[in-house]
Design a protein around this ligand. Structure first.
Ligand code: FAD
Length: 393
């Protein structure tokens, strides 16, 4: 079918993508400015690509209704059979109904005044006379959309990032997960499984989610499909008899570039590669980055000049960028460990002082910030990478 002629539309800000990062930016800016939020899928939050484990600081009050559980501990299985339990006294993370979470945040943005465009993929973003021109496909026609600012909240494959010439991720993880019914497990604990045959370059998990258990993994193995590893994981005795309700998969981009700003295009969340290198979690950094991005854009639209936009880089770097850099360094050590070394390292974490520290101060949003204290208590960890001791002590 031939496309009908283009239609021109204008706004202050075009937000591309209605994941949590996009909806939070749109909501904060729509209170004062003309904002359009374009999402390629018909319904925000679907298809699901998440285990839903997020700390309280990553869940805005308006989306608390999507919390379906809380966990306060982790049971880590080494590849050689050693098991380490770390148990905090109180809740450490929420388990979310992630599609509901995304829908609540999107609705809040619309209620704040953002104009929603669903089933509307954005493409061909370019700067024309100082403003940005984007093409949005709506039904059978292309709308040419002009805005002062574009926020790329369009996830790991971000067209905004490519159009702005910004750097892609250092590593891309491939994830897959199955929701199982009928797993008998401790509902206060997340399970983590390590090992090259389990999830090379990352880990596998089991997250209690209401009456279901989300069993999944990410790998950094490009030769074998993640589904092969999932099949092996699901053959474990505790999952073998459970009923598989659904399966989801997705990619996680980690290792951001130095900047998430190029001219009038700003990136947030996975588009900016802001997911955490050690856990793959990207909801907290997406939501926090979105708040900081909205702050920078507000300054700019209030007359703050281009420097106001560039300030976004310092803001996210200060809030979580330094943590992402340190965590990425630790990840580089981790991916080079064989199963025997992973097992030995885990046993060092089980030493009473280290374990106490992890149980009392462990924070899944800022794990690397504890690295120097852990190394002081367990200096033998340095044998896994002498360089790491120099950078953390
Ligand atoms: C298997 C798996 C498990 C995970 N588990 C967790 C977890 O437990 N905790 C956690 O914190 N994180 C987890 N993550 C990561 C988390 O899902 C992401 O980091 C998070 O969704 C990033 O939010 P975002 O808003 O940046 O991007 P997204 O949620 O990816 O949203 C981007 C949106 O942009 C839309 N879009 C893309 N391109 C276009 C376009 N051209 N035009 C219009 N719209 C477009 C997409 O349809 C999508 O809705 C997991 C990821 C995977 C793959």
């Amino acid at each position: 079918m031939r496309e009908r002629p283009a239609v021109a539309v204008r706004s202050d800000v075009l937000v591309v993508g209605a994941g949590p990062a996009g909806s939070v930016v749109a909501c904060l800016l729509a209170k004062k400015h003309d904002v359009v939020i374009a999402e390629e899928h018909p319904v925000p939050g679907e298809p699901l690509q998440c285990a839903g484990l997020v700390t309280a600081r990553g869940v805005p009050a308006s989306a608390r209704k999507s919390v379906i559980g809380e966990v306060r501990g982790v049971r880590i299985h080494s590849p050689l059979g050693f098991v380490l339990d770390l148990e905090a006294k109180s809740s450490r993370a929420f388990v979310l109904d992630r599609p509901m979470f995304d829908k609540l945040l999107f609705q809040e943005a619309v209620d704040a005044g953002a104009v929603p465009m669903l089933s509307s993929p954005v493409r061909h973003i370019r700067t024309v006379d100082g403003a940005i021109s984007s093409e949005i496909i709506r039904a059978d026609r292309t709308e040419v959309f002009t805005s002062e600012i574009v926020v790329g909240a369009d996830g790991y494959k971000s067209v905004c990032r490519k159009a702005a010439g910004l750097r892609g991720p250092k590593h891309v993880l491939r994830g897959i997960q199955a929701d199982l019914k009928g797993v008998d497990s401790d509902r206060d604990f997340v399970e983590v499984f390590l090992g090259r045959d389990v999830a090379p370059g990352f880990f596998a998990w089991a997250v209690p989610a209401g009456e279901l258990t989300r069993v999944g993994l990410c790998t950094w193995d490009v030769q074998h499909a993640p589904a092969q590893y999932l099949k092996r994981l699901l053959s474990r005795a505790e999952y073998a008899r459970a009923e598989r309700v659904s399966t989801a998969s997705g990619m996680i981009p980690i290792g951001p570039g130095k900047t998430a700003v190029s001219g009038r295009v700003l990136l947030v969340g996975d588009a900016a590669c802001h997911a955490k290198p050690l856990s793959g979690g990207g909801v907290y950094t997406g939501v926090k980055g979105a708040e900081l991005c909205a702050q920078a854009i507000s300054e700019f639209l209030g007359g703050g000049g281009e420097n106001a936009l560039r300030a976004y880089d310092s803001l996210w770097n200060e809030a979580f960028g330094k943590e992402l850099t340190r965590a990425f360094r630790i990840r580089k050590v981790f991916v080079n460990l064989n199963d025997k070394k992973i097992d030995s390292a885990l046993k060092l974490f089980a030493e009473p002082d280290v374990r106490r520290l992890l149980e009392s101060q462990g924070d899944i949003d800022y794990p690397a910030s504890l690295a120097s204290s852990v190394l002081k208590l367990a200096p033998r960890l340095a044998k896994f990478s002498p360089e790491i001791i120099e950078s953390f002590l």
